[in-house]
Design a protein around this ligand. Structure first.
Ligand code: 8HG
Length: 299
């Protein structure tokens, strides 16, 4: 557990003595798209139908626009606060090559996000850049999500499958998703129908999430627009599958930079990483992705 207790106050909750928790590391390490840094260095984000603002103050974390009940129900899990990241970093730092990435991104935590939102977000991520991915997700939320006001500004929740199901391919394309629009429509349709009369467990994200890592990785690829890399991101960021090892261009460069993994297929690099880091692969991957991207490493 990486905090000692919480206190509710009129504007939210104070999470006391948080460890291994740095806002830019968490929100800028590639795992999420709906958090934005403010001028005062706080971050405001939308998740689980809510808008919250977070601030680091001395040893504490302040979460605004919430309460103790919501913290216990949502945010303690969302921020993975019950996990001791000190232990994970200790194990990963035994590898001298990984140590520098862990030291660089020492405040990273893997968020537990919502599967449907993450499925759609990472379909959009394929061959795309993070600012463009963020914009497309924001546009979709604005068009189909629910408005929520915070400090006089309107934010939009990510839509449910029922709502997004009303969209046509052209609508989704016009929101900045490009060639991925047809994959999104097809995937939303499968998920929507399985929620309704036409139940098929293969399209049920809860069923997929309940499977073991390797089955989950395979199962996700039944949807259009989801290959091995996107499946790895979805299972890691929303299904608690920590042996996932998504290999994009940054992780590929990092692996070549540190391990001289031979310049072969992404599939081979994935296997190499998973063999090396085992059930902590997903964490290792996140430290590597953040290090490589922030330092613009090249091989
Ligand atoms: O956290 C991420 N890990 C990996 N391996 N790839 C990611 C993450 N986040 C993210 O957006 N990507 C992908 O990297 C999407 C896109 O292809 C590219 C942006 O740098």
């Amino acid at each position: 557990m990486d905090f000692t207790g919480i206190k509710e106050f009129e504007k939210g909750v104070i999470v006391e003595n948080v460890k291994n928790f740095e806002l830019p590391h968490i929100f800028d390490c590639g795992q999420c798209f709906r958090w934005n840094r403010q001028e005062n260095s706080n971050y405001i984000g939308v998740a689980f139908g809510k808008v919250i603002e977070v601030e680091r103050r001395n040893d504490d974390l302040i979460i605004y626009n919430t309460n103790e009940e919501e913290f216990n129900k949502i945010w303690v899990h969302y921020f993975d606060l019950n996990r001791d990241y000190g232990k994970i970093k200790e194990v990963l730092s035994e590898d001298p090559l990984l140590k520098s990435s862990v030291e660089f991104g020492y405040g990273i935590r893997l968020l537990k996000q919502e599967p449907f939102e993450i499925v759609i977000s990472f379909i959009i991520s394929a061959n795309n850049r993070i600012p463009m991915i963020k914009r497309a997700i924001e546009n979709i939320s604005r068009a189909y999500g629910t408005p929520v006001e915070y400090k006089g500004k309107i934010y939009y929740t990510f839509p449910e499958a029922e709502k997004l199901h009303e969209a046509e391919t052209e609508d989704i394309e016009a929101l900045g998703t490009g060639f991925r629009a047809k994959y999104i429509i097809d995937t939303v349709d499968k998920i929507y129908r399985s929620l309704k009369e036409d139940y098929k467990k293969e399209y049920d994200l809860n069923w997929i999430k309940a499977q073991d890592d390797d089955i989950c990785h395979e199962a996700l690829q039944i949807f259009s627009g989801i290959g091995p890399k996107v499946a790895d991101c979805i299972m890691l960021f929303s299904m608690n599958k920590y042996s996932a090892f998504p290999v994009d261009v940054w992780v590929k460069r990092a692996m070549q930079h540190f391990y001289l993994a031979p310049d072969v297929s992404l599939k081979k690099i994935r296997e190499f990483g998973r063999n090396k880091f085992g059930k902590l692969s997903g964490f290792a991957q996140q430290y590597l992705f953040y290090y490589a991207r922030e330092n613009n490493i090249n091989v």
